[in-house]
Design a binder for this molecule. Structure first.
Ligand SMILES: Cc1ncc(COP(=O)(O)O)c(C=O)c1O
Length: 450
């Protein structure tokens, strides 16, 4: 039986739900990256590093809530905190103690944050970050890097294709798009000349481990370089820590790279697996949300509402999660398991004579099959040093599909062509995942795909 046939046979319950879903949602899904052929997996419950689909298949989960679940599914402390809060009320329409505890925990972990506001998502956080930067500087343009993802609002839509530098999306006014400059990453001279050429740039926004949660990595020192170049040119630096925040280290990418951003955006781990985001940073920048006298309010102030800002359930989960992640030992364990998983995949890729590689950073990993790769540093990090500038290419769609289907058939779920680990993942999970990876690449070879 082929990989695709096995996938169909093992998931009749998912197939049936999808048949209903296609009449309800565009593409039958509620998030673009959940789109899958011939149908996506429908999950019924989850615990620790595992989830179970509606057909009772047990799956080791590397999607971990799109990166939100650094503590794994249903961590007992998160469960207790949210259950306790649930019994007390889900929304007070008022200020509450947990939002204060939650914000204090953020400030404790991220020293660049002097003041912050909670939002409901990462998209809202980057939206506000850009508005703050424009208000603070009085300038309109934003620089962002090719393939760096910052959500889906009008200011951060992607380019039409990899070669294009012009953002594009139907439904977004030309005036908005023309205020966003997209440049390739890993070129500090280009960044510097861009900032010098356009004196109306408010901020540079960056994913600090590279585009698409590190699929397209950054050269060593690039983040520090962006900090220097932005400071020299009097432009704000927005660090988008929606993925990296609290994952790379308790203090996120800023702790890892020794950099302080002017504005930081957060979500995912921030809210302990519940919906939530935040924008924080220099108090003189965040001050633009403050009310003052009439003239200020009329001419400078940014309004900020949001029904679910600092929602008590998210605050309960988030403040608990941040207390737990303040222990950097957890990060070391997740990082070392990720390294073992990536190095194990590379050993299997070599054993089977397949072209490609796995690479990672911290507790995130990516897989690229069917293309020759440069030797990853330490069999782990994509090499971008000593003048090496090749970016990983995208995997051929038929290979990406077979890889994900094959791994699901063998009890492992990826996020696109990679994933993230949680502290709930174990060595046994990695061993099982490596067996699944070997079975999948063997079958892809048998089917003539590799
Ligand atoms: C780096 C980055 N920024 C922003 C976002 C948007 O966050 P959200 O999905 O919470 O709107 C994401 C989502 O994956 C992200 O990875």
């Amino acid at each position: 039986m082929t990989i695709a046939e096995t996938f169909q046979r093992k998931h009749p319950g998912s197939a049936a739900l999808y048949r209903e879903a296609v009449s309800l949602f565009p593409d039958g899904v509620t998030h673009d990256t959940r789109r899958f052929w011939p149908f996506p997996l429908y999950v019924d419950r989850a615990e620790g590093s595992r989830k179970w689909d509606v057909d009772s298949n047990e799956i080791i989960d590397y999607v971990v809530g799109h990166g939100a679940l650094f503590l794994g599914h249903n961590h007992p402390a998160i469960l207790a905190a949210t259950q306790q809060q649930l019994a007390k009320g889900t929304h007070y329409g008022a200020s509450h103690e947990l939002e204060v505890r939650w914000a204090a925990a953020v400030k404790e972990l991220l020293p660049s944050i002097e003041s912050l506001r909670f939002t409901s998502s990462g998209t809202e956080a980057t939206h506000m970050a850009i508005r703050l930067a424009r208000a603070f500087t009085g300038r309109d343009k934003i620089v962002r890097f090719d393939r760096h993802f910052h959500g889906w609002h009008d200011n951060v839509v992607g380019t039409a294709g990899p070669e294009s530098t012009t953002p594009h999306s139907p439904g977004v006014p030309e005036a908005t798009l023309s205020n966003v400059i997209v440049i390739p990453p890993n070129d500090l001279e280009l960044l510097d000349s861009t900032l010098k050429e356009h004196r109306d740039i408010a901020a540079v926004i960056i994913e600090p481990t590279g585009g698409s949660w590190g699929t397209y990595p950054l050269a060593n020192g690039f983040v520090q370089g962006v900090r220097e170049v932005t400071s020299q040119n009097d432009v704000l630096m927005i660090m988008d820590e929606v993925i990296t925040g609290f994952r790379l280290a308790p203090g996120g990418a800023q702790q890892k790279f020794g950099v302080h951003a002017d504005i930081t955006t957060m979500a995912k781990i921030l809210a302990g697996g519940l919906p939530g985001g935040a924008v924080g940073g220099r108090s003189d920048v965040l001050a633009y949300i403050e009310t003052r006298d009439d003239d200020w309010n009329e001419n400078h102030r940014i309004a900020h509402q949001g029904t679910f800002n600092a929602n008590p359930l998210s605050a309960a989960a988030g403040s608990t999660a941040l207390t737990i992640v303040s222990d950097g030992e957890l990060h070391k364990r997740a990082d070392s398991l990720t390294r073992r998983w990536v190095q194990g995949m590379n050993a299997l890729i070599r054993k089977h004579g397949v072209s490609g590689c796995a690479y990672g950073y911290s507790s995130k990993f990516h897989i690229l099959l069917g293309r020759p790769c440069p030797e990853p540093i330490d069999d782990f990090e994509w090499p971008l040093h000593e003048g090496r500038r090749e970016m990983p290419s995208a995997m051929r769609p038929d290979l990406a599909l077979a890889l994900k289907q094959g791994l699901i058939n063998n009890g492992v779920d990826l996020m696109s062509t990679g994933g993230m680990l949680s502290i709930a993942h174990s060595e046994a999970d990695i061993d099982k995942s490596l067996d699944a990876f070997e079975a999948t690449i063997s079958q892809m070879q048998d089917e003539g795909l590799l």
